[in-house]
Design a protein around this ligand. Structure first.
Ligand code: SF4
Length: 142
């Protein structure tokens, strides 16, 4: 699946859930709490493929799914630049110390497997908005 396909599909799923919660007059705090991994696994099983196995994407006790993937991620499906003959498709916009550069054959992708930045409740609260695509506006490189 291309980055953009995942991005648009995820945006739609996020929007449906948020609209449902807003219609129930949930506050910002209640919406963030709803997106806690443990609630999402039970209440929104289709939101993430990992929920079926009750598996977290990161090993952390309290994981929040509201800002999955991450507002700091940057991607371009056609490739951003050539690096030593390989094509770079994504990178971290804040150069997080826990992020890694993943090299897969001729492709370079950002590896966020060891970075938990967007999954902390405080981070979600600071960067909160009802429109996921708006929060992620810098993610797609044109
Ligand atoms: S490395 Fe961390 S901060 Fe950077 S894009 Fe990945 S999850 Fe976000």
């Amino acid at each position: 699946m291309s980055y953009i396909s995942w991005f648009n599909e995820h945006a739609n799923k996020h929007k449906v859930i948020v609209e449902k919660l807003v219609a129930k007059e949930y506050t910002k705090e209640q919406i963030i709490a709803y997106f806690d991994f443990e609630y999402m696994v039970k209440n929104e099983p289709d939101f993430c493929p990992l929920y079926a196995e009750h598996k977290k994407c990161h090993d952390m006790e309290s994981l929040n799914c509201y800002l999955c993937a991450c507002p700091n991620f940057r991607f371009k499906d056609k490739g951003i630049e050539k690096v030593e003959g390989k094509t770079k498709y994504s990178f971290c916009g804040i150069n997080s110390k826990d992020g890694k550069v993943g090299v897969y054959g001729d492709a370079i992708h950002q590896d966020c497997s060891a970075c938990s930045v967007p999954h902390h409740k405080d981070y979600v609260s600071k960067n909160f908005g009802l429109d996921w695509k708006k929060i992620m506006k810098k993610v797609i490189i044109s």
